[in-house]
Design a protein around this ligand. Sequence first.
Ligand code: AMP
Length: 184
Amino acid sequence: MKRLIFLGPPGAGKGTQAQTLSNYYQIPHISTGDILRQAMTAQTPLGQKAKIYMDKGELVPDELILDLIKERLTQPDSQKGWVLDGFPRNLAQASFLEQLLANLNQSPDFALNLIVPDEVLITRMLERGRRDDNEDTIRRRLQVYRDDTAPVISFYQERGILQSINGDRSMEAVTSSLQAAIES
Ligand code: AMP
């Protein structure tokens, strides 16, 4: 049973590492970015609203995300653990998650913070070529990360579950360090 939260800037490799750990521990990989992109492709009301923010590199309003995460974490498959990727993205989301988990009698095991220099993040995102990976959007997402998301690191440090990992290495090396941190 593992309950893991990925932190780190856009392009740090959260999605890749979260998917690897999800396979390894046989727990759901819950990516709010993936859920929003699927909603966009399906042109649901959520997708249509989210698109406006995502295309600009802004965070989607909490009201669109919080119900979605509550719904997902109360599904039967989430009772055996999960790896969160892209949530929480600000302190309000972190507080909401803490309360939600308390209501479910759960608590996260680790917040895994991937550390990668800005130059590397920008190169990786430009290579990835997602629709929100153009230069202006990337710059805005890094700024939003610093302003809104970085404070979440201290939130989990204060709760004693933060593990910071150097993400500027091969995929395999990062995975090994993550596993070592989780098993420690
Ligand atoms: P990601 O795939 O995690 O990089 O997310 C892509 C985009 O989806 C972000 O730039 C935001 O616009 C939106 N998004 C994903 N997760 C969240 C979240 N937890 N809160 C607000 N917006 C989010």
